[in-house]
Design a protein around this ligand. Structure first.
Ligand SMILES: [Zn+2]
Length: 352
């Protein structure tokens, strides 16, 4: 919100935003974005002032703001979370993964292949980390429905850069989201876009696999040209760029596919559910760079992927993905947009 100083000696830029209680909010912005702010004012002198208002300061007369309290943990069996993430060599990792003792968040950032415009000076990796850490804080601090935490997170991250970046640009950074939260008696999950959640439900022969494949369905009609070319060839690079730019027209639209980007309404499009906590033995969260071992390369079943995570580790699953990618360097056996992709796997196991 720009304005004049009341003494007439210059301008005032007021930056406001919301952040979870106990988060650092605009202080984070100062830490990470001071160089950007400096770039905006150029040679002019400026002085920053940082302050905050807590919800209770607004004179509502209420203690707190009616936020649902965190559900009781009860006497939960401990859960062990392990995860690994690996970027495409030589590129920033656009995946994010983070966990608390009772929650896991995994994001896969998307939106801007090399040579494409995005309208955002921060980039996809920044977006995934900002949204991922905001969601993790939201999960740790209150018991709201996951869709609400996601909608608020999308809004909060938009407020971190809407004064600097063109968030109406169709290529603005976006991300898939998987959230998992365990409370005393339930396991809540949310899946938006094409990252995968696998739940090993006690008593079921096959694991429950939750994946929102609307992007793949929309994309199937547009990828023929790209898949016909050898990956890494100049023709493939431009066909991939054209494919991503075509899909943008279907992003966050009815009849298209939904991702976390700028519009908080995307949260309502996520697949969500709850299973009784004592019915789940383990769960895995995979970005599509890791799930390709199963859903693109068909080198394992979902059950085998769970066994691999259980007997070995998320690192081992990613190692096998890389091995397969190296064995097919131009996408002959498995045509794909990205020969290598950021790969992230998280595994959660309820201990006896
Ligand atoms: Zn930005």
């Amino acid at each position: 919100m720009p304005g004049r100083r009341t003494d007439g000696n210059g301008n005032l830029l007021v930056v406001t935003g919301i952040h979870p209680q106990d988060g650092l909010g605009v202080v984070d912005l100062r830490t990470f974005e001071i160089a950007t702010l400096w770039g905006q004012v150029g040679e002019n002198r400026f002085s920053p002032w940082w302050g905050g208002i807590r919800p209770g300061d607004r004179g509502t007369g209420q203690s707190g703001t009616g936020q649902p309290a965190l559900p009781a943990r009860g006497d939960l069996n401990p859960m062990r979370v392990t995860f690994a993430t690996e970027a495409v060599p030589g590129r920033p990792n656009e995946d994010f993964v983070g966990a608390t003792p009772d929650a896991i968040v995994l994001l896969d950032g998307a939106g801007t292949p090399p040579g494409s415009e995005s309208g955002c000076v921060h980039g996809v990796a920044w977006y995934a980390r900002s949204l991922g850490s905001t969601l993790l804080a939201g999960l740790a601090q209150d018991g709201k429905p996951l869709t609400e935490i996601l909608a608020e997170g999308i809004k909060a991250v938009a407020s971190l850069h809407d004064f600097l970046c063109d968030l109406t640009h169709p290529g603005s950074p976006s991300a898939t989201v998987v959230m998992l939260r365990r409370t005393a008696d339930a396991l809540d999950f949310l899946v938006l876009a094409d990252s995968v959640l696998i739940l090993d439900v006690i008593g079921a022969t096959e694991p429950m696999v939750i994946c929102d494949d609307r992007e793949a369905q929309v994309g199937a009609a547009h990828r023929t040209a790209m898949d016909a070319l050898a990956s890494g060839s100049p023709g493939h690079v431009s066909a991939h760029r054209a494919y991503v730019e075509t899909l943008r027209d279907h992003r966050n639209r009815d009849g298209g596919f939904w991702v976390a980007a700028v519009d908080p309404l995307a949260a309502e499009q996520a697949l969500t559910g709850t299973v009784p906590a004592d019915r789940v033995r383990s769960a895995a969260l995979l970005s599509d760079g890791a799930s390709r071992l199963v859903d693109r390369f068909a080198l394992a079943t979902w059950r085998q992927a769970l066994h691999l995570l259980d007997d070995s580790s998320p690192e081992e699953l990613i190692r096998r993905v890389r091995e397969a990618e190296h064995s097919d360097p131009v996408g002959e056996r498995w045509p794909r947009g990205k020969i290598f992709d950021d790969a992230t796997a998280a595994y959660f196991l309820v201990l006896p």
